[in-house]
Design a binder for this molecule. Structure first.
Ligand code: HAM
Length: 422
């Protein structure tokens, strides 16, 4: 009896070529925008000590979501749930040798044990981009401009996509004014973060369970509806000016409800949303103490991360993903019979040495079968090199869409194919 195939792990994805094309296309857009702003690629290890995140990532990420285990040496390690602590560790390690401002980006895999749903998986890719060593909101504004430039490059317009910005310092001041104790601040930030994810009654009960008084809950609620609050923040005003000067202001709005779940943010915080679907696309913010928390000297940083899952869903919904191309830029060389096989292989090598992508049919089969295969793989042309063609110094070029076949002199086959494929 045939066994059923072994199932993949829940929340992971198999990247068949079609999905792989999307991932590579997304990566190419990410690389292009990151490098257009002068950022360099970097990467860290995929596993880290659990204690690295215990420093500042917050309880939810460390206690509920980390894919952690004890290694054979008895150390608690985890598949990385995010990159910012690794970045901080790497920078702290070489702080004296590195040149600042430092602009780095990365696109790689991450793991979080979350409930898989549309747009969220347990294994996902993230684009991380960070700017370290600048003590001004101009750095924060640069991040916002990078987000907007990326959205523009993939065809997402300000009608559907907004970068929502807030400031933890600003919110801190307002929370203090409500007479909330400093040791309750973390809880209140979490409460603000939950506002959009809960209905009013549940949210108020959650607030009361945290020990907040009624007038304080009302005060927080009013705060979250004050859409002019940002104007009292110097940093947010500067961000607004820079983003305007760069021509991206239509992508931006200021929102007091954005606070972010991670504990290390100290200043500007932001998230980008697909507003029609209410879907979060990315998140980031400014952090002043993360480098010193992992043993370096105090150094400010700002950055964000975007997962590949939700952005792909949103781009697909708006018809902005490129069509699957298969091997449309690849030529297939057929094998006519055993006596001509070597000539076909030589032709394929010559074409490859001229930069063409070429595959050779691996068996002497009927030509019809070879053409059919090339067609199924999405190839546009197949070449035939039979005894007559070889004797006359020609190659037959079959266009698999029109089914037309023409004989071309072997001397000009490279140019002919390049023209055809273009
Ligand atoms: P984060 O908000 O935890 O921030 O994650 C950033 C983005 O990663 C999310 O907006 C989402 O697109 C994606 N993401 C997170 N979890 C999942 C999941 N389970 N499935 C699919 N996508 C997911 C950070 O990670 C910070 N380290 C960002 C940062 C960089 N801050 C400063 N620099």
């Amino acid at each position: 009896m045939q066994q059923s195939p072994v199932q993949p792990i829940k929340g992971t994805r198999d990247f068949f070529p079609e999905l792989m094309q999307t991932r590579q296309w997304l990566a190419s857009k990410i690389i292009k925008v990151s490098e257009a702003f002068g950022y360099q690629p970097y990467e860290g290890p995929y596993i880290e000590k659990l204690e690295l995140y215990a420093a500042k990532s917050g309880d939810e990420l460390v206690k509920e979501q980390a894919f952690c285990f004890e290694d054979r040496g008895g150390e608690f390690v985890t598949l990385r749930p995010e990159l910012t602590p690794t970045l901080a560790r790497m920078v702290a390690q070489k702080q004296r040798q590195l040149a600042f401002p430092l602009r780095w980006y990365q696109f790689g895999p991450f793991w979080r044990y979350e409930r898989p749903q549309r747009g969220r998986t347990r294994e996902f890719f993230q684009w991380n981009i960070d700017l370290l060593g600048v003590n001004s909101a101009i750095a924060d504004a640069e991040m916002i401009c990078i987000c907007a430039a990326f959205f523009e490059s993939v065809g997402l317009t300000p009608d559907t996509t907004k970068i929502q910005i807030n400031h933890r310092g600003l919110m801190d001041g307002e929370i203090n004014r409500l007479g909330i104790e400093p040791d309750q601040k973390k809880d209140v930030f979490r409460l603000i973060d939950r506002r959009g994810k809960m209905d009013e009654t549940a949210w108020r009960k959650y607030a009361a369970d945290l020990g907040l008084k009624n007038n304080q809950i009302n005060g927080i609620s009013d705060l979250l509806m004050n859409h002019d609050l940002w104007k009292t923040s110097e940093d947010l005003t500067m961000i607004n000016d820079v983003v305007k000067a760069a021509g991206y202001e239509t992508y931006v709005e200021f929102s007091p409800t954005i606070i972010r779940g991670l504990d290390y943010y100290t200043g500007t915080v932001f998230e980008a949303m697909d507003i029609r679907g209410g879907r979060a696309l990315l998140g980031g913010g400014h952090y002043d103490n993360l480098i010193s928390d992992v043993g370096g000297e105090t150094l400010p940083g700002v950055g964000f991360a975007m997962g590949d899952v939700m952005i792909s869903v949103v781009l697909e919904d708006y018809g902005l993903l490129p069509d699957y191309e298969g091997l449309s830029d690849t030529v297939m060389v057929t094998i006519f019979d055993e006596t001509t096989q070597a000539a076909s292989l030589t032709l394929a090598s010559t074409l490859r040495s001229h930069g063409l992508k070429v595959c050779v049919y691996p068996e002497c089969e009927k030509l019809v079968k070879q053409f059919k295969y090339a067609d199924r793989m999405g190839m546009a042309v197949a070449l035939v090199l039979g005894p007559d063609e070889i004797a006359n110094g020609k190659v037959a070029v079959k266009d698999l869409q029109t089914r037309e076949q023409v004989e071309v002199s072997a001397d000009i086959i490279v140019e002919t194919l390049k023209k055809h494929l273009a």
